[in-house]
Each structure stands twice: as C-alpha cells, then as structure tokens.
Design a protein around this ligand. Structure first.
Ligand code: 5GP
Length: 185
C-alpha cells in the first residue's frame, strides 16, 4: 500500500523544521506541496512552499476533482493536497509527507493508504504565542486566528498515532525521526 506520513501542528510549533529534518534524512521522502489561497509570505516561493492559487482557480480544482483532501482552514482561506503531488511521489516510489491541518488529517481514508499520523504539540499556548511573535510573519489578527485554531485543534490530538511535544526542537526532531524510521521499514 502507498505510504503517507502526516505531520499536523499549529503554526509556530516547529513543524517546518521537523519536516525539513526528516527530508534531509530520508531520501525516499517527498514533501507534498499544498495548494492555498492565502497570501504568499515574503520568503515563500510559489511551487516550493505552496502552490498559490486565487479562489477561482482553487474552486476550479475542486470541481475537477483534483484534490485528495482540502479544507477551508481559515474563513475564506483554502488549503488542499493535490492528487498530482501524491501520484508523482508514489510513481517515483517515494513516501509522501503531508503538512496539513487536523480536519484534513482526519479525512484521509485510512483503508486506502498506509498512514502514519504525528501531532506536534507546543508545550503551551503561551509558548506558541511567543514563538509566533518572534517569527514575525503574522499580523495581530492572523496571530489571534492561529492561536484560536491551535487551542481548538488540541482536542483532536488523541486521534493521531503519535503526539510529540516540542519543548526542545532538536529532541522533537530526533523522536519524530525515530517514529518515521520504524514506519519506513
Ligand atoms: P500556514 O498558513 O501557517 O502555512 O498554514 C496554516 C494551516 O494550514 C496549517 O495548520 C497547515 O498545516 C494547514 N495546511 C497546509 N496545507 C494544507 C493542506 O493541503 N490541507 C489541509 N487540510 N491543511 C493544510
């Protein structure tokens, strides 16, 4: 069965660093570049971090059945996993790595794929707030949106195969790598 690894975590929880750590260590892992309608951040590259689409194109892709899953993660901001991303990874015999939200994760049909799901938890909501402020990518409004979502998502951590608390980033990286190594066997 084709393998999917799902990393789910609130913005600012260190998930990107953990994902990059995994990609560096596992040659047969490919990051799934999601499509999104949100604004591109200054450092982001279209096609590398996300495929940035306007709402009309995103809705067109939905109509054409091109998503494995998609969510309106924030009001009027859509994010989705394109089937083309997943297929190209599997065609190359790779395991695909998803960075998607809780609802998207729960919508992946477990019977169809071999799925490993890992929830990365920040030590506390206050730590998360501090990290997001330090990162400096959010306006106060988008920061509050992210904190609210992180608080709601915590309820769903129990549905994941593993929950890893990121109190020390290098330690969280090592733990996640260990879990993934086992799944890759
Ligand atoms: P950000 O805007 O901070 O990059 O991401 C916001 C949220 O969208 C994160 O929780 C991220 O995991 C989620 N997300 C990114 N891509 C996808 C996707 O393809 N599908 C779903 N369901 N969520 C996604």
């Amino acid at each position: 069965m084709n393998k999917i690894i799902i990393l789910t975590a609130p913005s600012g929880s260190g998930k990107t660093t953990i994902a990059n750590h995994l990609l560096k260590h596992f040659d047969n892992l490919k990051f799934s570049v999601s499509a999104t309608t949100r604004e591109k951040r200054e450092y982001e590259i279209d096609g590398v971090h996300y495929h940035f689409l306007n709402i009309e194109s995103f809705k067109q892709q939905i109509t054409e059945g091109n998503f494995l899953e998609y969510q309106e993660v924030y009001p009027n901001q859509f994010y989705g996993t394109l089937l083309s991303e997943v297929k190209s990874a599997w065609d190359a015999n790779k395991v695909i790595l998803f960075d998607i939200d809780v609802k998207g994760s729960l919508n992946i049909e477990r019977g169809l794929y071999d799925v490993l799901s890992i929830y990365i938890k920040a030590p506390s909501i206050e730590t998360l707030r501090q990290r997001l402020i330090l990162r400096g990518t959010e306006t106060s409004e988008s920061l509050e949106k992210r904190i609210k979502k992180a608080t709601e998502e915590l309820e769903f951590a129990k549905y994941f195969d593993y929950v890893v608390t990121n109190d020390q980033l290098d330690r969280a990286c090592r733990i996640v790598k260990f879990i993934v190594e086992d799944f890759m066997k």
